[in-house]
Design a protein around this ligand. Structure first.
Ligand code: E4P
Length: 219
């Protein structure tokens, strides 16, 4: 499973990039709004760090022609931009047009298998089921990820599943177990995912034991 960061915070991206696991970044208008910067400026800064790795940038209107024009413009900012499109009727029209133009897309706001199937069949290169937001209303977010993975794989579609709206380390592990191709994570989730109390205790014991052994060797 590939790890993406769900952020436009440059410091978070630089920090996680040092871990050697960062394969992409996903943004959305709410995430960009948090930076307090102009849309293009915020995205350009992310693109500069990510080199040729995936950066999802969301379109800003529910109108197929405008989505396509925005998609073309975003691709001028960087050829690693993946155009993020909300899964609506206009979104499906735009996804199929962008596919024909060879512009990669990520269909976002997927809350049902029907939406996932329609977006994938319309030509989305990636689809993003929103796990946390479904769990918040008592639905089975990971179940949807699994259903989407099975659908695209059984039908041989050129479409990867991004497990999105992840809230907990359990979501991350479950995403991997059901075969999500990608998990896009907030920075805080990746930090939590790496932690385990036995790991901290184990490291302390190893280091203390060696310090003690060095003291004895010196005697
Ligand atoms: C995915 O591409 C979205 O940006 C994101 O995962 C949404 O997560 P949220 O439900 O925490 O806002």
């Amino acid at each position: 499973m590939d790890f993406y960061l769900d952020t436009a915070d440059i410091n978070q991206i630089k920090e996680i990039d040092k871990w050697g696991i960062l394969r992409g970044v996903t943004t959305n208008p709410s995430i960009i709004a948090k930076t307090g910067r102009d849309y293009q400026d915020a995205v350009s800064e992310v693109l500069a760090i990510m080199g040729n790795r995936h950066v999802s940038v969301e379109t800003l209107k529910d109108d197929a022609d405008i989505i396509v024009e925005q998609g073309k413009k975003y691709r001028e900012w960087g050829n690693n931009v993946v155009v993020k499109v909300a899964t609506t009727e206009e979104g499906l029209k735009a996804l199929s047009q962008l596919r024909k133009l060879g512009i990669p897309t990520n269909a976002t706001l997927i809350f049902s298998l029907n939406q996932g199937i329609l977006a994938a069949e319309a030509g989305a290169n990636y689809i993003s089921p929103f796990v946390g937001r479904l769990d918040d209303i008592g639905s089975d977010g990971i179940g949807l990820v699994e259903d989407c993975v099975n659908y695209v794989e059984e039908n041989g579609l050129d479409c990867k599943i991004i497990s999105a709206s992840l809230r907990s380390p359990q979501h991350l592990e479950e995403s991997a177990k059901v075969g999500a191709h990608i998990a896009t994570c907030p920075y805080s989730l990746l930090q939590k995912a790496l932690k385990h109390p036995l790991n901290d205790l184990g490291l302390k014991a190893f280091l203390d034991d060696w310090e003690e052994a060095k003291r004895k060797l010196k005697k």
